[in-house]
Design a protein around this ligand. Structure first.
Ligand SMILES: Nc1ncnc2c1ncn2[C@@H]1O[C@H](COP(=O)(O)OP(=O)(O)OP(=O)(O)O)[C@@H](O)[C@H]1O
Ligand SMILES: [Mg+2]
Length: 269
């Protein structure tokens, strides 16, 4: 019994993968009053669900992911992963940061291998899996390059490789394809969906690209200007598998994109 099983035989009520309950985040102001970034935020992610979050710059999206990943303690309220309050980075969570966080002194191969090592994979598994990921991410020929010898988009693909090598249950992705050109972005999105559909991981995906959010996600949440609150929580019921290019011409897709745009509060101007 894990505390979530009920007496009814054969019926197990799993907790949500992520539950954000009344979350407040306040930072001390550098030259003035404290800054409230998130206030009373409630949000749930079901196991296996793909959630996209959009919102104006500075509304608290990265901050929210940092709290879910256990890197930042809440000022108020709490975050639970698999029903357990997060007080340190949970092992089932993998994070792809908005900023490049590759190890600068080591190669593409080793930067990706770190993910598999953290997941406790054997040397033999690492030797098999990392070249597969390198081919999949179209980094073949660059295995021995150091991060500073790569383009921005290539560095992002290495960071994605490290996350995929870790194989977390919950992917926290902060604008993971933001530095990619639009073709590569489309390919990466498609590949991410393939991984997601195969393993049914849970995903929180932050993006500024509304079409990308609607193409990928089961739900799109729109946050307001700071303090970030939920302005829209929109289910995306477009059938899967989805082909981004084909979807973009359809009225259903256009209507969902418009709905998200309308909820985005981008301030005056
Ligand atoms: N460690 C910190 N100390 C003080 N203020 C912070 C800290 N981290 C974030 N902030 C502030 O919190 C607010 C939200 O930042 P956050 O990075 O979460 O925004 P975001 O929604 O991810 O924006 P973007 O779309 O530009 O990435 C900003 O005003 C930022 O200055
Ligand atoms: Mg951010």
């Amino acid at each position: 019994m894990d505390g979530f099983e009920r007496a009814t035989p054969g019926v197990t009520l799993a907790p949500p993968k992520v539950a954000v309950r009344g979350l407040d985040i306040t930072f001390p102001g550098q030259a003035g009053p404290p800054v409230t970034v998130l206030e009373g935020l409630d949000l749930e992610l079901a196991a296996g669900e793909f959630l996209a979050i959009v919102g104006p710059s500075g509304c608290g999206k990265s901050t929210l992911l940092r709290v879910v990943s256990g890197l930042l303690p809440p000022s108020g309220g709490q975050v639970l992963v698999d029903g357990v309050a997060v007080t340190a980075p949970p092992p089932q969570v993998g994070f792809m940061f908005q900023r490049d966080t590759l190890l600068p002194w080591t190669s593409v191969f080793d930067n990706i291998a770190v993910g598999a090592e953290l997941a406790g994979r054997s040397k033999a598994e690492i030797a098999r899996r990392v070249p597969e990921l390198i081919a999949f991410l179209r980094l073949t020929g660059f295995e021995r390059n150091l991060p500073h010898q790569l383009s921005g988009g290539m560095r992002q693909r290495v960071a994605l490789g490290r996350l995929l090598a870790y194989e977390p249950e919950l992917y926290l992705m902060d604008e993971p394809f933001g530095a990619l050109d639009s073709q590569t972005k489309t390919v990466m999105g498609r590949e991410l969906l393939r991984v997601w559909a195969t393993h049914r991981r849970s995903v929180i995906f932050v993006t500024h690209d509304i079409e990308e959010a609607v193409t990928l996600a089961d739900r799109v949440v729109v946050l307001s200007q700071r303090p970030g609150r939920i302005r829209l929580d929109l289910p995306i019921t477009l059938p899967r598998p989805r082909d981004g290019r084909a979807l973009r011409g359809t009225p259903e897709f256009g209507a969902l994109v418009s709905e998200v745009w309308a909820a985005l509060d981008l301030g005056p101007g």
